[in-house]
Design a protein around this ligand. Structure first.
Ligand SMILES: [Zn+2]
Ligand SMILES: [Zn+2]
Length: 794
């Protein structure tokens, strides 16, 4: 536009003479360059839901409600009434109306009074953007500004500016704010009577106050309705209906749903007056209510907060976002966004670990792991209930969230492998912590957010593929192309997963995890769980962080993934806080509310999964001596093919008191018997708990064979560790070991001198001297193990 004007000016300038109009054009161009018009209406930020309703509105930076009305929200009725009332020739004048101005000037001269009848909508916009004292000088400036507006903006844009700037008394500005705050609806839904009401207020916003002078407003409204009728703007019956309509205007509170997401997106898009989200308004309100009521009930336990995220698995859109129980409760940190707060995950990462182990071909659901006291180089995890269960399947270990088997699996896989997978799944805090994370990370020794966990579990629901959470609706063109399926209105089963995203685990592993997490015979059902409680059909995992500071429960079915966190933002732990008893009831009630007419469809086993018979004792492929077999899943080409050796044949004498090997097997009288092939740690566990088990008889004392197999394993003290002793109050160190089945006797050596002869399970104590100490343990087969420790005086 500017270039065009300069071009015209040049053409005019080339002429010998300069006419008056051309001079005016040059003057305008110069003034326009000197005093450009910066039109920057400062709008309130509003957050809309998937259906366009306003979820949340903020005051603008001048503490005013000035919500932007989009062009398509200016209905024909609104346009007609405004133009009729304010500026009939709006679409025909250049920003000012010379005829009206002349008429007003004449009237001012003859009556000596000032009237404002000459103001066009354009000039009113100028005054609303840059208020000035009413002088003739101001009038000239406004005239200049009006021409600028007309040159650089379309008529529709100027009309839009007008409806967004007109005052409604107090701090309410613009049709949209007035419509929402006085009538509780968007401008498109206003009736003729309401539109007329809103067009008459701006001229006298202080005397015609909506909500307090409603009777006077109705009089004025009806006067204008009749005028519109006479002018033929509306039919007689339309006007007659509008005349009888009561005025229900009163000041309402601005919408305040999803306050945490609103703040988050506002800081992300500071210059965007309207932020469209994928939230579903009814769902958001419902979940906010459920969370507030639930936290109200558990407040007496000194538990004050909760956060919830509801994700649609098909679209990955976030349909509800609750950052805290009560945003306005400053005492309990209500403004903290619990969806993004970094917390300890407790046991919630275990499903990912087992999925990784399935994919690495280490385990299958029926693989047996030993849940026995284990010392991982000084780290001795306990279970939640402080009990150990002996041999358990992977399935049971995950469903019961046992700690020792999880740490063992992580040790086998290696912490870096799990860290890499979490990085791939975009766990931001884990990325930062990656160098310092150890085995304890699987029991909660790392930082995660509810958002990250919910996104991860949605990947389990989507064949192991991780996709970003969508906070905004897809662009309309995308929706039309069908890449994002629309929300199902009826209870039809959702379409199968369409692909996309990044595979963090295989579809097979994801299915196996889902299958395990769906089992309902498990201890993390709420204590008060009974048949009257409706249990949604979901897969879910609970978690409780160290010190009972965080309670988690994340669940999913094909439709939804819902993440629930309950705890205190202060980090205060509470004895009653647990994922099962505190977070899961809220998860269930939200699932029942959000997905009450859930379709019957459930996840189907992917093609890569096969079924096979395995030994019930180990989960391995049955060997020659296995008795009981059960059915297990296997991932084709991946799952381990280990032949079971859980029982072994041993030659003994007739009484079963002595065992033989091939060297010492007598020519007659020997009997072949089967004994369980137990790991030393399991034997130690059985012995310490006096659990009977079939023990292989001691080896033939006269045998000359050299035993080559594994020697005793020293479990205390820790090899390579430093121990501090107080010289004045010397403490004792415990010596303990684990041995094979047949071992009857061990010999403890300290610095190569025999210290004590003992039974394998016997606890032996000794008082160390400062300095390096070599400790050895030899068994009755002559096999020996050494460790070294360093003892320091404190
Ligand atoms: Zn077996
Ligand atoms: Zn022998």
């Amino acid at each position: 536009m500017l270039e065009k004007l300069l071009h015209i000016a040049k053409r005019i300038g080339r002429r010998r003479w300069v006419s008056v109009p051309a001079g005016l054009v040059l003057l305008f161009i110069t003034l326009n360059l000197l005093f450009p018009f910066h039109v920057q209406p400062r709008y309130s930020t509003i957050l809309t839901a998937a259906d366009g309703t306003i979820l949340h509105a903020f005051l603008n930076d001048r503490d005013r409600w000035r919500m932007v009305t989009e062009l398509d929200e200016i209905t024909p009725v609104l346009r007609k009434t405004i133009l009729r009332k304010e500026d009939r020739y709006f679409y025909f004048h250049p920003g000012f109306n010379p005829l009206a101005m002349a008429r007003a000037a004449f009237r001012n001269l003859t009556t000596g009074r000032r009237t404002s009848g000459a103001s066009t909508i354009t000039m009113q916009v100028v005054r609303l953007l840059e208020p000035r004292e009413r002088t003739y000088g101001s009038k000239l400036i406004e005239l200049f500004r009006a021409v600028q507006l007309e040159l650089f903006y379309s008529k529709d844009e100027i009309l839009q500016l007008y409806v967004n700037l007109i005052p409604y008394g107090g701090n309410v500005e613009g049709i949209k704010s007035a419509s929402l705050l006085f009538f509780g609806k968007p401008p498109q839904l206003l009736s003729l009577a309401e539109v007329t009401t809103l067009t008459i207020i701006p001229n006298r916003p202080s005397s015609l106050r909506l909500g307090s002078n409603n009777a006077r407003i109705v009089q004025e409204r009806n006067r204008w309705l009749k005028r519109f009728g006479q002018a033929g703007l509306f039919t007689a019956s339309e006007v007659a209906d509008a005349l009888t309509e009561p005025l229900n205007a009163h000041r309402r509170a601005a919408p305040r749903l999803a306050p945490h997401l609103a703040l988050r997106l506002k800081s992300q898009y500071p210059d965007q007056p309207v932020i469209h989200t994928a939230l579903r308004p009814g769902r958001q309100a419902q979940v906010e209510r459920l969370v507030a009521n639930y936290v109200g009930r558990i407040r007496s336990l000194n538990i004050h907060n909760a956060a919830v995220l509801v994700v649609n698995n098909q679209t990955m859109q976030v349909e509800a976002y609750v950052g805290s129980a009560d945003f306005n409760d400053a005492a309990d940190g209500g403004q903290v966004d619990g969806v993004r707060a970094v917390r300890s995950p407790g046991s919630t990462l275990k499903p990912l670990l087992y999925a990784l182990a399935f994919d690495k071909g280490l385990l299958t659901p029926k693989t047996v792991l030993n849940d026995v006291p284990t010392n991982f180089s000084g780290y001795e995890p306990e279970n939640y209930d402080r009990q150990f269960n002996g041999p358990v399947t992977v399935e049971a270990a995950l469903a019961n969230s046992l700690n020792v088997p999880a740490v063992k699996v992580l040790q086998q896989i290696g912490t870096p492998a799990l860290v890499d997978l979490l990085k791939k799944a975009e766990f931001e805090t884990v990325k930062k912590q990656s160098k310092v994370l150890g085995l304890s990370m699987i029991l909660g020794g790392c930082g995660v957010t509810l958002e990250e966990l919910t996104r991860l579990f949605a990947a389990f629901a989507n064949e192991g593929r991780l996709q970003p959470l969508l906070y905004h609706p897809p662009a309309p063109s995308l929706a039309r192309r069908g890449s994002a399926p629309p929300l199902p209105r009826t209870a039809e089963p959702p379409p199968p997963y369409q692909g996309g995203g990044r595979g963090v685990v295989s579809p097979e592993a994801a299915f196996l995890i889902t299958n395990t997490l769906t089992q309902i015979t498990r201890p993390d059902l709420p204590n008060n769980f009974d048949n009257s409680y409706h249990l949604p059909r979901i897969a879910w995992k609970t978690g409780t962080s160290y010190g009972r500071r965080d309670a988690w429960s994340i669940g999913y079915n094909r439709h939804y993934t819902i993440g629930v966190w309950v705890g205190n933002f202060s980090g205060e732990g509470v004895p009653e806080l647990s994922g099962a008893n505190i977070a899961t009831p809220l998860l269930f009630s939200i699932f029942n509310a959000v997905d009450y007419n859930s379709p019957k469809g459930w996840f189907r086993a992917p093609k890569g999964l096969t079924m096979r018979q395995v030994c019930a004792g180990t989960g391995d492929v049955p060997g020659d001596f296995c008795e009981h077999t059960i059915v297990d899943y296997a991932i084709g080409g991946i799952s381990p093919y280990r032949r079971c050796s859980h029982r072994k044949a041993v030659w003994t004498d007739a009484a079963g008191a002595v065992s033989y090997c091939a060297h010492c097997l007598p020519d007659s009288g020997a009997v072949r018997r089967f004994y369980p092939n137990l790991a030393p740690e399991l034997i130690a566990f059985y012995r310490s708990r006096r659990i009977p088990y079939a023990e292989i008889p001691p080896h033939h004392p006269a045998c000359t064979r050299v035993f080559a197999r594994q020697g005793p394993q020293i479990v205390s003290p820790n090899d390579g560790s430093e121990y501090f002793i107080n010289p004045h109050r010397p403490q004792q160190l415990q010596l303990s070991c684990q041995t094979e089945n047949e071992v009857r006797q061990v010999y403890w050596y300290v610095n190569d001198r025999l210290y004590r002869k003992a039974a394998p399970t016997e606890a032996v104590f000794f008082q160390p001297q400062a300095g390096p100490v070599k400790i050895s343990c030899a068994d009755d087969k002559g096999r020996n193990t050494n460790i070294r420790i360093l003892v320091r005086a404190e």
